[in-house]
Design a protein around this ligand. Structure first.
Ligand code: NAD
Length: 395
């Protein structure tokens, strides 16, 4: 079949297998061009490994550090003529490339919140590399079925205490609109914390330790975002921000679990990038479009792969140690949060409207990156050629 992008709301419901593989290859090439990282982990478990920050972490671990990787994700293969999800195609591609490079690579596709997937992953590690010395928690999910109670929690992206109105980009219709978001109920605050907070990360670490697959001195990291004041009502001070505070509490608990063995757990606060998750957050696509314009002009623009390479190079391996902020977090958002970047972005924010969107923002760059997430717009890929959407993992 000929595969074209089909955008519905803030998602693209089709993905291109060859384009996704090309996207993975570009990230591998970037890491190789930067050179190998010394003192890297030997085997890494990445929970949320198929897209965005998790995929980039898998690629830097494998191709920057020569590490074996186990990826956990929740993706859909191609069924009944529908394409698979981008994360499925990405994961097939990275596994194939890693194996060709002589590295261990295996994946678990299923609900990471469930006990079953945790047990399966422990077994896979036992029968594969034996243990992991780095665990990355990079899940972004709209819901969670609690493994002990069966209760279904849904994450909402809402302000707390009062409603919030701001300009936002309707990426479906390409228009700048005014949105008003009502405040979350107490139940929604609790529910969002249950999905995006730290309980599941702690459950993973307990399962790995009980299963005897954490190497001596193993480390763990989870990713977070803080962002600028314009997004705080709906992000940092909203339901998702509360969940991220909970994730930070879990980092401290997991740190005490790992410390006796010589390991650590911490949060890396990353910059705003275009991913399937960030495109779903109100206000954020407009902010990202303005930010990209400013950071590209200053030559400081980064995507997931540049961010994760810098995390490993400057804060974890290669003779480096984490440079923590006062809350014990690594700040990979340092370039985004530079005062001059924020001042310019804010002044554009105050002026941007439908008539000047292309002049003041890099919405074109945003759209391009959005499509690339699904394997569209990659150089060297012939999108007019018939493609079999069924792509399977090697046995
Ligand atoms: P993403 O949507 O690209 O990736 C999410 C991953 O989670 C995918 O691999 C998906 O398969 C997996 N996943 C979702 N539900 C799952 C489930 N039930 N079981 C197993 N796997 C599941 O997201 P992202 O933007 O890369 O976000 C990853 C982390 O990075 C999040 O914690 C997010 O807050 C953080 N972060 C994102 C940004 C940004 O701008 N995108 C910035 C800073 C920090």
């Amino acid at each position: 079949m000929i595969i074209r992008p089909k955008i519905r709301g803030f998602v693209c419901v089709t993905a291109h297998p060859v384009g996704c593989a090309a996207n993975v290859q570009e990230q591998i090439d970037y890491v190789k061009s930067k050179g190998p990282l010394t003192e890297g982990p030997k085997n890494v478990l990445i929970i949320g490994a198929s897209t965005g920050y998790g995929l980039a972490t898998r690629i830097v671990s494998a191709f920057g550090c020569g590490a074996g990787t186990v990826g956990v994700f929740f993706e859909r293969p191609s069924i009944n003529g529908r394409t698979a999800t981008a994360g499925w195609y990405n994961s097939v591609a990275i596994e194939k490339k890693a194996k060709e490079a002589g590295l261990f690579a295996a994946s678990v596709n299923g609900d990471a919140f469930s006990d079953g997937v945790k047990m399966k992953t422990v077994e896979l590690i036992k029968n594969g590399p034996g243990s992991v010395d780095l665990v990355i928690y990079s899940l972004a999910s709209p819901r969670r079925i609690h493994p002990k109670t069966g209760q279904i929690f849904r994450a909402v992206l809402k302000p707390i205490g009062q409603s919030f109105s701001a300009n936002s980009l309707d990426t479906d219709n390409n228009v700048v609109t005014r949105v008003t978001i009502d405040p979350a109920s107490d139940e929604e605050i609790v529910s969002t914390r249950a999905v995006m907070g730290g309980e599941d990360w702690e459950m993973w670490m307990d399962a790995l330790q009980e299963g005897g697959v954490l190497a001596e001195g193993a480390n763990s990291m989870a990713y977070s975002y803080i962002g600028p004041e314009v997004t705080w009502p709906v992000y940092k001070n909203g339901t998702i921000g509360r969940a991220k505070e909970d994730l930070e509490k879990s980092a401290r608990k997991i740190d005490s679990l790992l410390r006796p063995g010589g390991g650590h757990a911490f949060i890396s606060v990353n910059k705003a990038v275009v991913t399937q998750s960030s495109s779903a957050i109100p206000v954020v696509p407009l902010y990202i479009s303005l930010l990209f314009k400013v950071m590209k002009e200053k030559g400081t623009h980064e995507g997931c792969i540049e961010q994760v390479y810098r995390l490993y190079q400057d804060h974890c391996y290669n003779g480096s140690r984490p440079a923590f902020d006062e809350e014990g977090r690594v700040r990979l958002d340092d370039l985004e949060m530079r005062p001059e970047v924020q001042e310019t972005t804010n002044s554009l924010w105050a002026k941007v409207n439908m008539d000047n969107l292309d002049q003041f923002s890099d919405y074109a760059g945003y759209q391009e990156e959005f499509l690339r997430l699904f394997g569209f717009g990659l150089e060297g890929v012939d999108y007019e050629v018939e493609i079999d959407p069924v792509v399977e993992f090697d046995a």
